[in-house]
Structures are given as structure tokens and as C-alpha cells.
Design a protein around this ligand. Structure first.
Ligand code: GLU
Length: 249
């Protein structure tokens, strides 16, 4: 299968230096798709998608069209949740964050990792991260939410579904998503989907914490306005990453 990766930002804010670094890692890995992960209508804002695309083009990245927009495929994700439910692998969860039973809204759908482990005959699952084999038992995972109460779908299902149908062979992304990877591998095993090779890279730090749209970390747009060139912005992203690794050592 031909190597193919993807860069999959969510249009919930302007891109910042952390995204510039992540985009460079993904786009320099090999042929790379752009995927807009916009299922969370509670956080997505229409103006961020064109702004994001404009920043990525300005940085010099290029990708094949059409660009996949997840909000146009919600029924496909719901169909995966239905299939897992029909196979007896899920349950409805009406609990609020504070643990109260709230029947006034649709429930979340959770994947029972115990039922999933039985369906897979107790087998350990494996994937590779940065070339190393990682093995885990599905029954040791907490039950993940595969349909959120507020949006009816979930990141876990959308991302694994799309990696499968877009023939993604390699997932290059930040290490903040490494803890989610076993959940993705479990869904892939249950659905009979390929397990891509995973490559998790370190994050760019903003002082003591990782970069975040919500905290208003330096955006690519503001660096552009300040007169930096695309090469300057990418170099600054790499330097911030390098100083973060030095501090972590
Ligand atoms: N959409 C996710 C994000 O913005 C990335 C998902 C992934 O690469 O698996 O962080």
C-alpha cells in the first residue's frame, strides 16, 4: 500500500506555532491529506476553516483535493456506532459529569471494553508507535465514549473511520493523542480495519504548558502580521519544540 498520511486540525481557533510544527512533521513525512475534523459544532466556528487553510498554504503546504470535512459524514460515523451496538458491544450512559442520572437528553454511547475483549477472544492488540511495537489488553482500557451526548458522534469513531476509508497508512500527530491510540486500535480490530503505523511527536510548549488555542498562544496569523516569513515561523516552531525537549530531558 502506498504511504499516505494526513494532517487533521479542528477549526475551533486560529492555528498556532504548535500546529505549524505538527503540520511540518506530517507534510514532510510523505504524501499528506488535509482533513477538517469539524464534528464538534459546539466549538467549531465557520471562519476558522478558511483561515486555517490560508495559514497552511502560506506556510507552503499542499495537499490533494477534495479536502474531507467530517461534518459532511456524520451518518457514516453513526452507522459505525449502530453496528457496534447491534453486536452488543455498547451501552447507553445517562450520567452527567457529576454522576447524576439525567434522562432529559439523549444518552452517550459507550463501548464496553469488557464486551469488546470477549468479542476479540481475549486477544492482546498491538500497534507500532515510532517504530516500537506496543501491546495491550482491551479489557484494561476504560470504556470510551463513542457517541457524545451533545453531538451524537465522537472523535474516536470519526478519526478511525476516516483513516480507514482514506487509506491512511501512517498517522503522524502530537503525543497528547498517544493515550487515545489503544482506543483507536480497539475500534480498528472490532471493525476489521487496518491499523496504521503511528508516529507521535513531542509538542511545542508555551512556557510551562502545551500550546493551546483556548489560551491564545501565538497564532500563525499574528506572526505573519508581525512580518515573519513562512521559514521564520517554521524555524520558530522547531526551536520552541527543541527547547521544550531540552527542558524535558
Ligand atoms: N483533530 C485532532 C486535533 O485537532 C487531531 C486528530 C488526529 O490527528 O488523530 O488535535
Amino acid at each position: 500500500m502506498t504511504l499516505l498520511t494526513r494532517f487533521a486540525p479542528s477549526p475551533t481557533g486560529l492555528l498556532h506555532l504548535g500546529h505549524a510544527y505538527a503540520a511540518e512533521r506530517a507534510f514532510s513525512f510523505g504524501p499528506c491529506l488535509l482533513r477538517i475534523e469539524d464534528i464538534d459544532h459546539t466549538r467549531v466556528r465557520a471562519e476558522f476553516e478558511p483561515a486555517m487553510i490560508d495559514d497552511l498554504r502560506w506556510l507552503g503546504f499542499d495537499w490533494p483535493e477534495p479536502t474531507r470535512r467530517q461534518s459532511e459524514h456524520l451518518q457514516d460515523y453513526a452507522a459505525v456506532v449502530s453496528e457496534l451496538t447491534d453486536r452488543g458491544l455498547t451501552y447507553e450512559d445517562y450520567r452527567t459529569r457529576s454522576g447524576e442520572d439525567d434522562r432529559s437528553r439523549p444518552p452517550a454511547v459507550k463501548l464496553s471494553t469488557e464486551a469488546a475483549a470477549r468479542a476479540l477472544a481475549g486477544e492482546a492488540l498491538t500497534y507500532t508507535n515510532n517504530g516500537e511495537v506496543v501491546s495491550f489488553r482491551p479489557s484494561t482500557l476504560a470504556d470510551p465514549t463513542i457517541a457524545r451526548r451533545d453531538i451524537g458522534v465522537s472523535y474516536h469513531i470519526a478519526v478511525t473511520h476516516d483513516d480507514q476509508i482514506q487509506d491512511v497508512t501512517d498517522v503522524v500527530r502530537g503525543e497528547d493523542l498517544l493515550p487515545e491510540t489503544p482506543v483507536h486500535v480497539l475500534i480498528q480490530a472490532l471493525m476489521g480495519w487496518r491499523v496504521p503505523a503511528y508516529h507521535h511527536h513531542g509538542l511545542v510548549w508555551d512556557g510551562e504548558r502545551k500550546m493551546s488555542k483556548r489560551r491564545g498562544s501565538r497564532t500563525i496569523a499574528s506572526l505573519r502580521e508581525a512580518g515573519l516569513s513562512p521559514a521564520d515561523v517554521l524555524a520558530q516552531a522547531r526551536t520552541s519544540k527543541a527547547s521544550a525537549s531540552a527542558r524535558d530531558d
